[in-house]
Design a protein around this ligand. Sequence first.
Ligand code: FES
Length: 169
Amino acid sequence: MNEDLQKRIQEALANPQNLGELANADAVGTVGNADCGEMLRLWVKFKQQDGRKVIDRATFQSFGCETAIAVASLATELIRGKTAEEALSLKTEELAGELGPLPPMKIHCAQLVEGALRSALSPQVAAGDKPAGFAATAADPAAPTLLDSFSKPKAGGVKITFLDLGPEK
Ligand code: FES
């Protein structure tokens, strides 16, 4: 990893945005990468604005990987004010924002964030912008934190999707 990128990642990590569980979230998505063991969970809350359902706030929890944390911090800021469709149309490199292009070995870190976003928002898109669908796809308020997923596993609890990102480059 070049020094500039490392510096930008460190800057993002020095003041990570939107870290932690989001109470009363409307949607939640959790993904994992079996190769590196990283997991990431994203919470999303919507609001109505000018007749559109837009993302009011998004937060995340992540284990370990600095690049994934930096991307999640930037991405959760980037998607504020966007509809689910607009957020889902963002490309992996756009989610990484001011970090700039990631080296091949770190692209999967941004893909993890993208995967969590898709996991959280896809049901929202499927349900459309109708308030009824909105309520039907609301996140389970009793959903455990990411840490709880490991320390207190329960039957029928959290579904973690492992991304197939292909061979490590
Ligand atoms: Fe795997 Fe970053 S090293 S998500």
